[in-house]
Design a protein around this ligand. Structure first.
Ligand code: FAD
Length: 380
């Protein structure tokens, strides 16, 4: 039976960060297993037959304001600057998202747009970010109507498709996060660093795992590895409910189905991501070639339609924890069980924490878990 100091379950960004830190900083051996046939978890990308880098699990745009995360990942990749811009199909037009002053100009007659712009700037100030519910509740009738318009045209049906539930069944924060931007800055993110790894996420993760003390086994489940490999400690980045054999029932997740299509010519759309709040069963289309820069090209293109789906354990992937009070309570029961029974196992990442994490948050939390739970933990 082979022997390792650590068994890391999951070769996504969280597992790769922790494995890299343990091997390079502590000089301890690590076996990283993933049940999928590839490394990198949800950030997995690969070149298709046309040489187009395809994000197999949906558009992944790296953005961070954390210098620690930026400098850590920059050891494993160089970057290509990329500022994400999203369009939404509303009223037969493609308009910028999040809803901003340019969106207003495109959807309203010029005199109305100018009037509303003046009202927004005078009421909230240039460059402010106004939650849509605040706008709906505003005493000025025109602002309240604008809020209702944004809610109905951009948010309501998209949310119903995305979650398979009405907004009142979800955390109020889901609606509360929808902003109207009093600005003409069409960028989707505002972080200091916005970029894509020059040779893709999979290459970056492969470099993180490329250490003499790290062994990687894909298509390998935790249960199989745990019974066949000796190890002292475990880092677990899989679903926490599965770890405890679902004793309190399954945690609710939303899944996605990705439909990839090769088009003989492109571009299919002007930007990488177009949202469809009100039409179709899919929520958005991603056109991968935009990530390589330039908006006009000759030759083939690959697009991906993203269909939200119920999560069926064993059949599809758990992508998004359901943002609802009942799910948070269900997670707390598992977290209490973890604290009582598994003090030595390190639970980390989006599935073990039952929390949506952007990539930079996943890496940041993994670095913190290393500092606090593995490297420098002070004995009680
Ligand atoms: C559609 C979509 C779009 C996204 N877009 C962005 C974006 O634009 N920008 C951004 O910053 N973030 C984005 N994210 C978030 C990003 O995907 C996550 O931050 C990141 O994947 C978290 O990494 P992780 O290692 O925690 O989880 P994962 O990548 O899910 O890795 C966990 C791994 O554990 C494996 N595993 C689970 N259980 C077991 C088991 N029992 N045995 C063996 N292996 C197991 C899984 O197969 C998986 O590969 C997006 C997420 C989704 C779903």
């Amino acid at each position: 039976m082979s022997e390792f100091d650590w068994l890391v379950v999951g070769a996504g960004l969280t597992g790769a960060t922790l494995a890299e830190r343990i091997a390079s900083q502590l000089g301890q051996s690590v076996l990283v297993v993933d049940r999928r046939p590839h490394i990198a978890g949800n950030v997995y990308d690969e070149l298709d037959g046309d040489g187009i880098r395809v994000h197999r699990y949906g558009a992944h745009i790296f953005h961070t304001s954390s210098e620690r995360v930026w400098s850590y990942l920059s050891r494993f990749t160089t970057w290509v600057g990329y500022e994400h811009r999203v369009l939404a199909s509303v009223g037969g037009r493609l308009v910028p998202l999040p809803f901003n002053l340019n969106t207003l100009d495109m959807l309203f007659p010029a005199p109305d747009a100018a009037h509303l712009t003046g009202l927004l700037v005078n009421t909230f100030g240039e460059s402010s970010r106004v939650p849509v519910l605040k706008l709906i509740d505003h005493p000025t009738p025109e602002l309240s109507e604008l809020g209702r318009f944004v809610y109905d045209q951009v948010f309501l049906n998209y949310t119903a498709k995305q979650w398979g539930r009405r907004p009142e069944e979800l955390d109020p924060s889901v609606t509360g996060r929808v902003p109207v931007l009093v600005s003409r800055d069409d960028r989707y993110f505002r972080d200091k660093h916005q970029a894509l790894p020059a040779e893709g996420y999979t290459t970056m993760v492969a470099r993180m795992l490329d250490h003499p003390l790290i062994t990687v086994a894909t298509s390998t489940d935790y249960a199989a590895a745990a019974s066949s490999v000796k190890h002292r400690r475990v880092v677990y980045t899989g679903p926490i409910d599965e770890y405890f054999s679902g004793v309190y029932g399954p945690l609710p997740y939303r899944s996605l189905r990705f439909e990839h299509e090769r088009l003989p010519t492109g571009p299919h759309q002007p930007v990488s991501v177009v949202n469809y709040p009100n039409e179709h069963d899919y929520t958005r289309i991603l056109e991968h070639r935009h990530f390589a820069g330039g908006s006009s090209w000759a030759g083939a293109s690959t697009i991906t339609r993203e269909y939200p789906d119920e999560y069926r354990p064993g059949d599809n992937e758990p992508f998004y924890p359901l943002p609802a009070e009942a799910s948070h309570q269900a997670y707390r029961r598992y977290a209490d069980l973890r604290d009582e029974t598994e003090p030595d196992t390190v639970f980390a990442g989006r599935l073990a924490k039952y929390r949506y994490l952007d990539m930079d948050q996943a890496v940041n939390l993994a670095l913190q878990a290393f500092d606090r739970r593995i490297c420098c933990a002070v004995p009680a």
